[in-house]
Design a binder for this molecule. Structure first.
Ligand code: ADP
Ligand code: MG
Length: 493
């Protein structure tokens, strides 16, 4: 039997506000336990939540970026459950009326990961994105109590951190699509500056809802939800494992039970955590401590006016203004930092676009990745790369010399260098003086009578031999284009 995979993703993005969603405590990561806690976060009696305007602003930003409806009025609700890291006994979230409704995310599944073997563009509908508070953390492993005893601890630093939970329709059909969507969403929220995107610190974590159904069937199968996937690789592995598990289970005559599962990266498998609760179990009701969130059209317009150019618009610009392929445009807009770097080199400093794209996606990306992937501190800064590209373009040095210079500068960790001074100091200028090149060519032809005869007799492959000899004679400094032209002329006799 052929099975179809159905996936919907819920993503918790931590919003990049300085303070929490309902208190003035800091959202900074990594402090001593319970240092960043205001009375509200500790659920002290008599305290009241006050909504952080910055969190709402970021939600509006996101909604506008995906073409969603920004609800003029939305409601905060209490989601009731007990857990030691949730001292109030409920989480403040949005339920029936979320702040962001609908919208779409478009992304590319590249050829290498696409099940069909060729790159595919896909658009997924979003159901909603709602504001909510994060819970605290329970510390179990290696936690030592006040008297040295083995113990569990509660850290409420994270309690009340603002989250935007972004929910898709069940429209993805493979783990590759789910990962491509998650990467695009990660790129978008960091591009918008609403989330720092740090997955190790939990600023961007996904729950994958996975089910299978016989190919051609219209009814959905029963889903399992894999919680808290905080790396794209784990997401891929977890979904692939879960799909295999469900298919094997059904083909053996069993049935999938709706469950919440956890992925164990060490074993590469998902394990049941609890049977899935339904919304009714949470006894949602509007939070009487918070008035409805009203967003006036003027507020939306103010946020719209401050929006940066979005990745999709930039891709169109790169294709229209610079004649780049959509593949290049996609790669150059993979993150805000790469895009900004490209715009600095090309739009501001006037480097040739296709050359800049090749450098950025090639040597530059490799060097950045070697240093941990931070594009805001590149191995060569924009002016240095722009000059390097210009010197190849005007024939001062050739591409191979430029690559060598690049590698040296990157290795020496000197992001801003005087490229022209380096070229002069090393005597790297290409020989573009046709007199000197002609003399070198004449000399070579005189020394290679048999090769010359063979070439003229039809062995055109020998052209490379003459190029090689001329390069050798000029110490690799002959301007390749000019050398080619002169050689052809001389060889023709
Ligand atoms: P909750 O997880 O809070 O119960 P929903 O029932 O709204 O919320 O569903 C959450 C996610 O599960 C959504 O992303 C949705 O697309 C996805 N989903 C729902 N049904 C299925 C299914 N049968 N297979 C895969 N994903 C599903
Ligand atoms: Mg869920």
């Amino acid at each position: 039997m052929n099975w179809e995979v159905v996936i919907g993703l819920e993503t918790h993005t931590q919003l990049s506000t300085a303070s929490k969603i309902f208190s003035g405590a800091s959202t900074a990561f990594g402090a001593e336990p319970n240092v960043h806690t205001a009375a509200v976060d500790l659920a002290l009696p008599g305290t009241l939540p006050v909504l952080n305007r910055g969190a709402v602003e970021r939600a509006i930003r996101f909604g506008l970026a995906i073409g969603a409806t920004i609800a003029p009025v939305s409601i905060f609700a209490r989601k009731n459950y007990f857990y030691p890291d949730l001292p109030k006994g409920y989480q403040i979230s949005q339920y029936e009326i979320p702040v962001v409704q609908g919208g779409t995310v478009t992304f590319v599944v590249d050829a290498a990961s696409s099940p069909g073997g060729k790159a595919e563009t896909k658009t997924v509908n979003l159901t909603r994105a709602h504001l909510e508070e994060d819970a605290g953390k329970s510390l179990h492993a290696d936690f030592v109590g006040l008297h040295g005893e083995k113990s569990s601890g509660i850290d409420l630093n994270r309690a009340g951190t603002p989250l935007l939970e972004i929910v898709t329709e069940p429209e993805m059909r493979s783990s590759a699509e789910a990962v491509a969507y998650a990467k695009a969403l990660h790129g978008l929220v960091t591009w918008l500056g609403i989330c720092d995107g740090n997955m190790q610190e939990g600023s961007f974590r996904c729950d994958a809802n996975v089910s299978v159904r016989p190919m051609g069937s219209t009814a959905f199968g029963t889903r399992c939800e894999i919680k808290n996937l905080n790396s794209f690789r784990f997401m891929q592995q977890a979904i692939d494992y879960e799909v295999e598990r469900q298919i094997a289970l059904i083909e053996d005559g069993g049935t999938v039970i709706q469950q919440t599962r956890l992925f164990d990266p060490d074993r590469g498998e998902t394990r049941a955590m609890r049977s899935k609760e339904d919304a009714q179990d949470y006894r949602y009701f509007p939070d009487p401590d918070l008035p409805p969130l009203t967003i006036a059209p003027e507020w939306v317009e103010r946020v719209r006016a401050g929006m940066p150019e979005l990745p999709a618009a930039m891709r169109e610009r790169l294709v229209a203004d610079y004649g780049l392929s959509s593949y290049d445009a996609q790669a150059l807009t993979a993150s805000k930092d790469i895009a900004r770097f490209f715009d600095d080199v090309v739009t501001k400093l006037g480097a040739q676009a296709k050359q800049a794209a090749n450098w950025i996606m090639g040597d530059m990306s490799a060097a950045v990745n070697e240093r941990g992937g931070d594009w805001s501190r590149p191995p060569l800064d924009a002016p240095t790369l722009a000059t390097l590209i210009a010197r190849v373009g005007d024939g001062t040095i050739n591409a191979k010399q430029a690559k060598t210079l690049f590698a040296e500068l990157a290795a020496a960790d000197t992001p801003s260098a005087d490229v022209d001074a380096l070229i002069a100091a090393r005597g790297l200028e290409q020989i573009s003086d046709s007199g000197a090149l002609e003399a070198a060519i004449d000399d070579i032809l005189a020394k290679s009578p048999s090769q010359l005869a063979d070439y003229r007799g039809g062995k055109e492959k020998l052209f490379g031999y003459f190029v090689g000899q001329a390069m050798k004679a000029t110490g690799g400094k002959a301007n390749p284009r000019q050398l080619n032209e002169l050689l052809r002329k001389k060889l023709a006799g």
